[in-house]
Design a protein around this ligand. Structure first.
Ligand code: UDP
Length: 315
C-alpha cells in the first residue's frame, strides 16, 4: 500500500484518480481549494478511511504530516473559459504550485507526476503532435496564461529531475471528457451535451472546422497508472488519436442525445488551436497503452451523467 497526494483531487480528473487509487487499496490525500473543483466529485468516497481531504491552495506553502510515496500535481483551471477568468491563479498554480508540489515530493522523497497538457503545443503546425515537437504558443495571447504556466511546469519538473534527481513523470494530457466535468465549465463537451439536452442551440465557434480528439476519462486514468509504473521521465502524450472537426462533434452529440437542437455559429476565440491530435506511438511502445473506450460509449455515459445533473438542478 502506498500513499498518494493529489493536488486538484476534487476536480474532474483528480477525483477519478483519487477513486482509482482508493480502489487499488492505497491511501489518498486530496488537496483542493474548490476553485474549479467540487465537493460532489469526492462525495462518494469522502468517508473512506484511507481518504483524507485537505482544503489548501497549492500555490501557497504546503505542509503535510504523513510520509508520501507519490505527489500528483493535477491542480489548475483547465477550461479556456476558466483560465481566461482566472489568469493569475492559473499562472500561479502552474508555476508556484508546481514548485511547491515538487518541493513537497523532494522533502518526502516521493515520486512526482505533472499533469501537463496538449496546450504546450499551442496552435500546432504539425499533425499529429509528437512529444519532440516544441509547439507554437503565443506567450502574450489570452491562452498564454495556461500554456506558458504548463510549459514552465514541465521545465521545472525536468530541473528537479536533473538537478535533484527527483523521480518525475510528465503526462501531456489531450482533451478528456466524462462524468464529473462541470456543467458550466465552458468546454465543448459539457456545452454541447447540456445544450442538446435542454433543447438549446449548440454553439459552434468559428465554422467548426477546427479539430479535436477526445479521450474518455477511464482511458486517461489507466494511462496515468501505467506512466507511474514506467521509468520514463520525459513527457508522454496521453490522448485518443480519433480526430474530428468540432462541427462533426456537434452532429454526433445531436445524434446520441436524439435532440432537435439547431446549430448556431459564434466567433472563434483568439488563438483557438486549429488542429489537435496526439501521436501516441511513445505511449503505445513504452506503456503498452492505448485508448479502449469508443467515443460513442464514453459519450453515452457522459450524457447520462449530465441528464441526471440537469434533473437534480430542476428538482
Ligand atoms: N467550442 C465550440 N463551442 C463551444 C465550446 C467550445 O465550438 O461551446 C470549440 C472551441 O472553439 C475549440 C473546441 O471546441 O475549438 C474545444 O474547446 P474546449 O473549450 O473544449 O477546449 P480546448 O480544446 O480548446 O482546450
Amino acid at each position: 500500500m502506498a500513499r498518494y497526494l493529489i493536488t486538484g483531487g476534487a476536480g474532474f480528473i483528480g477525483s477519478h484518480l483519487c477513486e482509482s487509487f482508493l480502489k487499488k487499496g492505497h491511501e489518498v490525500i486530496c488537496m483542493d481549494n474548490f476553485s474549479t473543483g467540487a465537493k460532489e466529485n469526492i462525495a462518494s468516497f469522502a468517508r473512506n478511511a484511507r481518504f483524507r481531504f485537505m482544503d489548501h491552495n497549492v500555490s501557497r506553502y504546503i505542509e503535510v504530516r504523513e510520509p508520501l510515496d507519490y505527489v500528483l500535481h493535477f491542480a489548475s483551471p483547465a477550461s479556456p473559459v476558466d483560465y481566461l477568468e482566472l489568469p493569475i491563479p492559473t499562472l500561479k498554480v502552474g508555476s508556484l504550485g508546481t514548485h511547491n508540489a515538487l518541493g513537497l515530493a523532494k522533502a518526502k522523497n516521493a515520486a512526482f507526476l505533472l499533469a501537463s497538457t496538449s496546450e504546450v503545443y499551442g496552435d500546432p503546425l504539425i499533425r499529429p503532435q509528437h512529444e519532440e515537437y516544441w509547439g507554437n504558443v503565443n506567450p502574450v495571447g489570452p491562452r498564454g496564461v495556461y500554456d506558458e504556466a504548463k510549459r514552465f511546469a514541465e521545465a521545472m519538473t525536468m530541473a528537479y529531475h536533473r538537478y535533484h534527481d527527483l523521480n518525475t513523470r510528465i503526462a501531456r494530457i489531450f482533451n478528456t471528457y466524462g462524468p464529473r466535468m462541470r456543467m458550466q465549465d465552458g468546454r465543448v463537451v459539457p456545452n454541447f451535451i447540456t445544450q442538446a439536452l435542454k433543447g438549446e442551440p449548440l454553439t459552434v465557434y468559428g465554422e467548426g472546422e477546427q479539430t479535436r480528439s477526445f479521450q474518455y476519462i477511464d482511458d486517461l486514468v489507466e494511462g496515468i497508472h501505467r506512466l507511474l509504473e514506467s521509468e520514463e521521465h520525459l513527457p508522454v502524450n496521453i490522448g485518443n488519436p480519433y480526430e474530428m472537426t468540432v462541427l462533426q462533434f456537434a452532429k454526433k452529440i445531436l445524434d446520441l442525445t436524439g435532440s432537435q437542437s439547431s446549430i448556431v455559429y459564434k466567433p472563434l476565440p483568439q488563438d483557438d488551436p486549429q488542429v489537435r491530435q496526439p501521436d501516441i506511438t511513445k505511449a503505445k511502445k513504452i506503456l503498452a497503452w492505448e485508448p479502449q473506450v469508443k467515443l460513442e460509449d464514453g459519450l453515452q455515459k457522459t450524457i447520462e451523467y449530465f441528464r441526471a445533473r440537469l434533473k437534480e438542478s430542476k428538482a
